[in-house]
Design a protein around this ligand. Sequence first.
Ligand code: GUN
Ligand code: ZN
Length: 441
Amino acid sequence: MISPDSTACAYRAQLLYFVADPATLEDPSQAVRYHSDGLLLVNAQGRIDACADYAELAGKLPASVPVTHLPGKLIMPGLIDTHLHFPQTDIIASPASGLLPWLETYTFPAEGRFGDSDHAREVAGVFLDELLRNGTTTALVYGSVHPQSVDAFFQESHSRNVRMIAGKVMMDRHCPDYLQDTAESGARESEDLIRRWHGKGRQLYALTPRFAPTSTPAQLAACGELARAYPDVFVQTHVAENKDEIQWVSELFPHNRSYLDVYDSVGLLRPRAIFGHSIWLDETDRARMRDTGSVAAHCPTSNLFLASGLFDFQAMRQSGVHHTLATDVGGGTSFSMLRTMNEAHKVARLGGCHLTATSMFYLATEGAARALDMQGQIGTLAPGAEADFIIVDPAATPLMARRSSQLDSLEEQLFVLAMLGDDRNISASYSAGRCVHRRAA
Ligand code: GUN
Ligand code: ZN
């Protein structure tokens, strides 16, 4: 008999999580743990106590543990979005002819408002609600250049007890005056934020040099020093997204072999360093990313919307670089990781790679946790993990109900979800065992 504490809860539904990367296995089904009639037991500390077949576990539970029965629903780990910008919430779906005009026309003016803490806090609340409505329970988030934007963000995420990773943008040139820090102030404010927030509750910090064109070599060097001084702090930036951007970087940094090398030369390639986009890399770049344990965050909705290019899935896989999926809101056009999978699949197809649904759900859960060096903590339903999970309704729309009644395999069920799904499929999101979103009936 299991003896759970007095406020333990149990959920009976289909259960799904991953224990390996399906793309690396001869039999990808070995990567999956799936219970068609499962029971998930969550303890009062907000962790998973057990995850097994209902028939095996139910008899061992005391009658005092409430069991929520969810017939037809699928429980999986909360989704992980590895790159997006909270100050861009209100400019999502703003058209432009490419990345650089989009930044100038919409992004910088919008980010300029985040020196106002009240505005930052209001938008952070909307942003977090939107993530949770879409089943995303952990995200790697850019603030604006203002440290108070990140204080506001963490205050909101801390009060919801969700596991978020965020940082203040560092940007000391080639941007409007009202968004500019200096090498010294950017480093000092980032270090202050690390001390205030990194490891406070479930909050984690990410050093956030925006991208090479908006940082002087002095700022990048200062960021590299912080990355060495705080090895468990994350690093996030953009690399090799757009051809005009790359041309600009080659003019600004003529002595570096490549765009990625600008970051490499100051020590920013390392575990827990996440590089948004990573489209226009070569084999040498990919080998450096692999050898340093760096991560490429693929942002398909953004890359198609801004016509930046097609992420090379095949090459990333073959060179063994950690890679993840991300929305890149507001360059990305959806908060939904399901919509993101839809476009990731199509981008991979154009590159000659069949990206299975099993692989995509792995990348958005266990794969992201591994890439972020957080395996066993998030992205899984394995016992001991933080109880961040979502209840998915595979039949949320009439079309999906019809399509879902004619399935042959788990891969097919997940594929339909990835191709047709969005926030309507997320019945509820749980963070550390507590319901943080429930979809209205
Ligand atoms: N490169 C530098 N800043 C940004 C940004 O905010 N969004 C995207 N997509 N690319 C960037
Ligand atoms: Zn971005």
